[in-house]
Design a protein around this ligand. Structure first.
Ligand SMILES: [Zn+2]
Length: 506
């Protein structure tokens, strides 16, 4: 419904505007009788949908063909979109049927029935724009969103080059795995048989294939309805992977976990059954995010300098700039997915069957690129976590966390002068200090109707490029925070850890 534009283009949708009225959404998990009834709770649709990403390794000739098909796809999108934009500007409405018919027949010879996939995608982009516009006019969108824009064009603004994407209808391709990690992708309409690498985790019915050029590499995104049999009309439209159902494990207990998501602590987790708490630090992710950000800015500056002075070499720096953005995205994706896998496994090991996660509500933020990028990643992280937890049969509930960072989880008051100092929440009434993110996690628990013991043992971890590593010297045996080089927490009292305060999202 609501499109948020990610840093790398494309769009994802949320069911509700970010940070509005308390929102609870869930994955199915394993039903538990003790689940408190939360207002507005409902199941996420498409809970058995998973997307597998495969790297394509086309030959030179195949790659030229992919370029031509992708270019035609983008031309179709752009021409159709332009016609519709003109209709909308002149008449205030769009002739969906008429434009559909016209452009389908214009592109059928090059794209075959796949032209219809492009048109359908454009239809839904316009429909979601109209829906967002309606909400905007009714004043129902959060302020930072601003006025929605109509669907954009598939091109790189600077180079004037079209964005390369190919859509393939679910019955116009199939995968031919040769072994666990590679095989061939067959595109029937263009007589292509392209080698791919990548592990296929899921088995099930395949959906519309998306092929994209990202950072000069071709990727195929295969949506799979896990466990579903193919249609009788398309028996080959079935992807054979490792698992034919999403839930692989069963929860070991009925404990609940409460998670606050942030930049300093990517995940701060409190529990209802133990005074152990978990902090997964995001400092490496943050450092890498800023490193790539500096890279992209530098290339951008050189590019603009050259371009303004008429040097043709600006294109080279534009390519560097795009590559750095791609790398940043890939690196963050890897870190986040590593952290999420680790967290899900840990929670399962601790007998958790239900998780409550705060949905970031960020006030006083201007509509900067950085803010949008952060929100985009948060939405992704919650989506990925939900998917991985589902593999363990753990239910995920998303709770609007508005106010949870200010509220005092010790005495329940909403102190006017409750302050956050060096990563600690200090209760002015009791004088107790608690890690600010764990304070937020405990408030998320309260919001869901649970009590959590004040954390006494804090297990700290850090996400590195080759896995999540413990910062605590011996797991679970110390209340003291160890000394590490980066970040530099100091010794704290019982149940209290101190971490370096860094300007973050809140
Ligand atoms: Zn207090």
């Amino acid at each position: 419904m609501l499109g948020l534009v990610p840093p790398g283009g494309g769009s994802i949708s949320l069911d509700e505007p970010v940070g509005r009225s308390p929102t609870v959404s869930t994955n199915p998990g394993t039903p538990s009788s003790s689940t408190p009834k939360l207002k507005g709770s409902r199941k996420l649709r498409d809970e058995n949908m998973r997307t597998v990403r495969l790297r394509l390794l086309p030959s030179g000739a195949q790659e030229r063909k992919l370029w031509r098909i992708a270019d035609a796809t983008a031309r179709l999108w752009n021409e159709l979109n332009y016609t519709r934009l003109m209709q909308f500007r002149m008449m205030g409405k769009i002739d969906f049927k008429g434009t559909e018919h016209e452009f389908y027949h214009r592109y059928k010879s090059v794209l075959g029935v796949n032209a219809g996939q492009v048109i359908r995608l454009n239809n839904s982009a316009w429909k979601s724009y109209f829906e967002t516009l309606r909400l905007y006019r009714q004043g129902k969108l959060p302020k930072f969103m601003g006025k929605p824009s109509p669907p954009g064009f598939w091109k790189d603004r600077l180079l004037g080059r079209r964005k390369l994407v190919i859509l393939v209808r679910n019955d116009r391709y199939y995968l031919e795995p040769t072994n666990g990690g590679e095989g061939y992708l067959l595109l029937k309409d263009w007589n292509l048989r392209i080698k791919y690498t990548g592990r296929i985790k899921w088995s099930g019915k395949q959906g519309t294939l998306v092929i994209k050029l990202e950072g000069n590499r071709w990727f195929a995104y295969v949506p799979i309805t896990v466990g579903e049999k193919p249609a009788r009309s398309n028996p080959r439209g079935y992807v054979k992977g490792v698992y034919d159902r999403v839930q692989i494990n069963k929860p070991k207990g009925t404990n609940k976990a409460f998670i606050d998501v942030g930049l300093n602590n990517l995940f701060a987790v409190a529990f209802n059954h133990t005074d152990v708490a978990i902090l997964i630090k995001g400092s490496t992710i943050k450092a890498e995010y800023y490193w790539w950000k500096r890279e992209t800015k530098t290339y951008q500056a050189i590019r603009d300098w050259l371009r303004n002075r008429g040097f043709k070499t600006w294109r080279k720096y534009h390519a560097f700039h795009l590559h750095a953005k791609y790398k940043q995205h890939e690196r963050l994706r890897h870190y986040y997915r590593t952290a999420i896998r680790f967290l899900a496994k840990t929670l399962h090991g601790m007998g958790v069957n239900e998780v409550f996660i705060g949905y970031p509500y960020m006030l006083n933020q201007n509509n900067s690129n950085e803010y949008n990028a952060n929100i985009w990643w948060y939405v992704k992280i919650i989506k990925w976590l939900g998917e991985v937890l589902q593999e363990y049969g753990i239910r995920l509930n998303v709770v609007n966390e508005y106010g949870t960072s200010k509220q005092c989880s010790i005495c329940n008051a909403n102190h006017e002068n409750g302050r956050i100092k060096r990563g600690l929440y200090v209760c002015p009434v009791t004088g107790i200090k608690i890690n600010a993110d764990l304070n937020a996690a405990r408030n998320i628990a309260k919001r869901a109707g649970y009590e959590t013991p004040i954390p006494r043992k804090i297990l700290s971890y850090i996400v590195t490029s080759n896995g999540v590593k413990p910062l605590t010297p011996k797991e679970g045996v110390t209340v003291e925070t160890p000394t590490v080089k980066n970040p530099t927490p100091q010794k704290g009292g019982k149940g209290v850890i101190r971490s370096r305060r860094t300007p973050g999202l809140r």
